[in-house]
Design a binder for this molecule. Structure first.
Ligand SMILES: NC(=O)c1ccc[n+]([C@@H]2O[C@H](COP(=O)([O-])OP(=O)(O)OC[C@H]3O[C@@H](n4cnc5c(N)ncnc54)[C@H](O)[C@@H]3O)[C@@H](O)[C@H]2O)c1
Length: 440
């Protein structure tokens, strides 16, 4: 569909996307695929240069798609906000991390709103996509935007739609994931519903922005609680000498009332360990408790220590950790994603270094990493490199993992992901949650 057909038929005009990261860039391309023109803003000059050179910095997005979008003029990217005045709809996808005190840090969001205020004009729709605590859109964003003198619901329209993208998932692309939308007023909801219906296969309207904000926190808190429970259960299985992975496979044959979650080295990323703490903060503000979140957070935080203790146990008595060479396979928080945010590999490697171990890593997505003041480069997984370690610790099971080489050449493998499932080799293999390589 040609640009003018889309603009004339639906009157949506240009889309402005603020924050071109894991959420904003795929969203920009989803709009472009449906014929929209997109203006993308990011304060990171390196990202803007990369895009303007026709290259992608996300593995899920091909260079070719960026090159076509930029050269055709469908995607115009900049570090400057000025062009936002010409956008009919503006979507905010900036980070919402935690402060050092583990409380919500909305500074990126408030900075975005302040930059937008002088540029806002009548009839624009502003959609917040960043994950945040219930009340943010109405109590934080609305008053900031209204400093423009434009009233939400009359002059401009304000909506919240939580992002549910699953980086690295090639089947469930962004447009196939049902999109929850909400608005400050009925007209705001109507605007976002109609716009997003052009891009997403299913749009799910809810009655308030607080409902949509809470839905996102529920989804991610649900994952944290269940994965942390599985990690606790894995530790119990270990003690019982039962293979947790086999237990889960058996339990998931139940056709109702059970949903499989899997143990691992602890959850990471910008969402699952962070969003529940936004909910916890909100609960505290309201004078109530969130004990499940508190406990799950503690279990999650304890995983690096647990895994290092397991390595010590497995290496003993022939070697102490301080005289051991540990090679970590995969350090990102999630497979096939170049994202180190909140990855438990970082505290785990720091702990190993602190204990005196000699630590190396391999990750096809991360060429180098700095831990305190030590910079490590990803090493090649040659036969010699594998043979010369004392243990390979599988932290992230990237699709490219050379599992046959690892179980053939490493003297000892500690597998936190069940990547060695039904693999045999010469290595001694131990898994988080018990079980040998051959038992599933
Ligand atoms: N990554 C995910 O899988 C995922 C999934 C669902 C929701 N979310 C949520 O979406 C939001 C964005 O996450 P992300 O993973 O895309 O983060 P990201 O760090 O990958 O991208 C955010 C981008 O915003 C830019 N930025 C920061 N401040 C800015 C400003 N004032 N103006 C313009 N650009 C600015 C940064 O340079 C960065 O490129 C967060 O709230 C996150 O919780 C993320």
């Amino acid at each position: 569909m040609k640009k003018d057909e889309r603009t004339d038929k639906f009157g949506y005009g240009k889309i402005g996307i603020i924050g071109l990261g894991f959420v904003g860039l795929p969203l920009a391309l989803a709009f472009i695929r449906q014929g929209f023109d997109v203006i993308g803003i990011d304060l990171d000059g390196a990202k803007i240069s990369t895009l303007n050179e026709g290259r992608s910095y996300l593995p899920d997005i091909e260079d070719e798609e960026i090159r076509r979008a930029v050269s055709s003029g469908k995607l115009a990217v900049s570090e400057q906000y000025d062009d936002m005045a010409s956008a009919e709809s503006i979507v905010i996808c900036v980070p919402t991390p935690l402060s050092p005190q583990q409380t919500p840090d909305l500074s990126y969001l408030t900075d975005t709103c302040s930059r937008l205020v002088p540029l806002l004009r009548s009839n624009q729709l502003i959609v917040l996509e960043s994950s945040t605590f219930p009340g943010t859109t109405k109590e934080v964003v609305q008053p900031l935007l209204e400093r423009s003198g434009l009233a939400v619901g009359e002059d401009i329209f304000l909506a919240y739609s939580p992002e549910r993208i699953d980086p690295g998932n090639k089947q469930l692309t962004i447009d196939k994931i049902p999109k929850v939308v909400s608005g400050i007023t009925e007209r705001c909801l109507d605007r976002v519903y109609k716009l997003y219906s052009q891009v997403f296969e299913q749009v799910v309207p809810v009655s308030t922005t607080e409902t949509a904000e809470a839905a996102k926190l529920l989804e991610n808190s649900f994952r944290l609680v269940n994965i942390s429970f599985m990690n606790e259960f894995a530790k119990i299985c270990e003690k019982m000498n039962v293979n947790v992975w086999e237990v889960i496979e058996a339990a998931r044959t139940k056709p109702y009332g059970f949903m499989a979650f899997y143990p691992g080295p602890g959850v990471g990323g910008h969402c699952i360990p962070v969003d529940p703490l936004y909910l916890q903060w909100k609960a505290r503000q309201l004078g109530t408790e969130s004990r499940f979140i508190e406990l799950s957070h503690l279990v999650n935080e304890s995983m690096p220590v647990y895994i290092v203790e397991e390595l010590k146990r497995l290496l003993a008595p022939s070697k102490s950790i301080s005289e051991s060479r540990v090679l970590v396979y995969g350090i990102t928080y999630k497979k096939d994603t170049p994202d180190l945010r909140e990855s438990t590999a970082i505290p785990m490697m720091q702990l190993l270094i602190h204990e005196g171990a000699s630590v190396q890593y391999h990750d096809p997505f991360i060429p180098s990493v700095t831990l305190n003041d030590l910079t490590l480069n990803s090493v090649s997984l040659t036969e010699a490199a594998l043979r010369s370690t004392d243990v390979v610790l599988i932290h992230t099971d990237h699709t490219a993992i050379p599992i046959d080489s690892i179980v053939s050449y490493a003297p000892l493998v500690y597998d936190t992901r069940n990547a060695t499932k039904r693999r045999s080799g010469r290595s001694k293999v131990a898994k988080l949650g018990g079980g040998s390589a051959l038992s599933g």
